[in-house]
Design a protein around this ligand. Structure first.
Ligand code: UGA
Length: 432
């Protein structure tokens, strides 16, 4: 089938590339000419394991093309996927301007009947709005259907998730449109769940809100464990053995970040408020997460009193490992607070430094290895559990730091090992 994908961010590019890999003719559309030119050469604008290889392969097979030209993308297409961003507005609402503009562009450039598929995370009711815009701007007497097909991929494992996802959700009014999108996805061999459009839109928000809730819940349990001298890792393992709870997403830490959970949880609270529903539970999840991001600072202040003049190794900057994405990363809050307190921040990340420079305070010093960051440091903050950071040994800390004092926000090291080497080690939900 011929498919157009609009927007080449994480969701759009991965979707387009993977659809070409299973044999469809895919044209990815973006307004950024320079970005399009790079992608034509098989260069991915994002760091995502396995993606460039598939891009190059399918460009060579003639199944994947990139363009800025709407006519070229939408004419003869059986389906057009909308995968543009829905940034968060100041009031927490999702900004739908890009989605609406794409709907106008698709409608104005059609040459045949088409199914328009929304991949972007959009508030309940948005697909109906998209349909109205499409109908209002139609270039001719064509039939358009709208399908909600939310995306569940994770950054850093997006390609793998697309091929091995747990479910494909298809929300449609017209069963024929749902069947067409089911057929498009058939080669993935992933279970399909069909429902109405509004429920499909809701599944996405509810899933992310639930996962965020799981994280805030275990973080609260971790904070309690510290006070009651229990071990949150054992608690999570014991809880997770119950199938109804499950053992995933129960890693306590410095809170969730990234481009999805913070944005989607705030958007759902907003969506609820429009129908006079006070989503108190989710508000608490968000609040707990904010407090959790400051946890390392609190612990350092309790230990040192003033942080003025202290040299701090900030290890890991991205919001999680295997991505260079710095959006809503806890490292931003931590670096800002440290600088405000008068500390000197020496930061390391294997791939996010360029992105970090745009977001961390200008005073931050960047180094190329975790060992270098530890040199003469008064204490270390472990922020992202990169393998390079986890590989540090007690000797690495002892040989380089003034005194080996670690505040670990990701529980990277073995408690007994740290104790054996006389390292002052504070982690999350485990006894100091
Ligand atoms: C998340 C969801 O996992 C995807 O299913 C969804 O498609 C995506 O958002 C989206 O809406 O597009 P992502 O933001 O890439 O994916 O990252 P996750 O792996 O879910 O991690 C999010 C944050 O939670 C990270 O900061 C991570 O460190 C934190 N986390 C995760 C924990 O603190 N503890 C855990 O047990 C798991």
């Amino acid at each position: 089938m011929k498919i157009a994908v609009v927007g080449t961010g994480y969701v759009g590019l991965v979707t387009g590339v993977c659809l070409s890999e299973i044999g469809h003719h895919v044209t990815c559309v973006d307004i950024d000419e320079q970005k399009v030119e790079k992608m034509r050469q098989g260069i991915s604008p994002i760091f995502e394991p396995g993606l460039e290889e598939l891009m190059k392969n399918n460009i060579d097979r003639g199944l994947l093309t990139f363009t800025t030209n709407h006519k070229e993308a939408f004419s003869d297409a059986h389906a057009a996927y909308i995968a543009v961003g829905t940034p968060q507005r100041e009031d927490g609402q999702a900004d739908l301007r890009f989605i609406e503009q794409v709907a106008v562009d698709i409608a104005a450039n059609l040459t045949n009947d088409i199914v328009v598929v929304t991949k972007s995370t959009v508030p309940v009711g948005t697909n109906e709005r998209v349909k109205r815009i499409l109908l209002k701007n139609l270039a001719g007497d064509y039939k358009v259907d709208v399908v909600s097909n939310p995306e569940f991929l994770r950054e850093g494992s997006a390609v793998n998730d697309t091929f091995k996802g747990d479910r494909i959700v298809i929300g449609a009014e017209n069963p024929e449109a749902a069947d067409l999108i089911e057929a498009v996805n058939k080669p993935f061999g992933i279970p399909v769940f069909k429902t109405d459009i509004r429920s499909a839109e809701m599944i996405k928000y509810a899933s992310n809100a639930f996962l965020a809730t799981k994280i805030s819940f275990i973080n609260e349990i971790a904070n309690l464990c510290e006070k009651l001298e229990a071990n949150v890792e054992d608690v999570a393992a014991g809880m997770g053995m119950d199938d109804r709870i499950g053992n995933k997403f129960l890693n306590a830490g410095i809170g969730y970040g990234g481009s999805c959970f913070p944005k989607d949880t705030s958007a759902l609270v907003q969506i609820a408020s429009y129908v006079q529903h006070d989503f108190n539970l989710l508000k608490s999840v968000i609040e707990v997460n904010k407090v959790q991001q400051h946890m390392l600072i609190q612990k350092a202040k309790t230990r040192f009193g003033s942080l003025e003049g202290r040299r701090v190794a900030l290890l890991g900057l991205a919001f999680k490992p295997n991505t260079d994405d710095m959006r809503e990363a806890a490292s931003i809050v931590l670096a800002q607070e440290l600088v405000k307190e008068g500390a000197e921040v020496v930061a390391y990340d294997p791939i996010s430094i360029e992105n970090a420079k745009k977001l961390l305070p200008a005073q931050t010093v960047y180094v190329n290895s975790p060992e270098e960051a530890l040199l003469a440091a008064d204490f270390a903050f472990i922020v992202t559990e990169w393998k390079e950071v986890k590989a540090l040994t007690p000797e690495d800390f002892k040989e380089r730091m003034k005194l080996p004092i670690i505040f670990d926000g990701r529980n990277c090291y073995n408690l007994n090992e740290m104790e054996k080497h006389n390292i002052e080690y504070y982690s999350v939900g485990r006894k100091p």
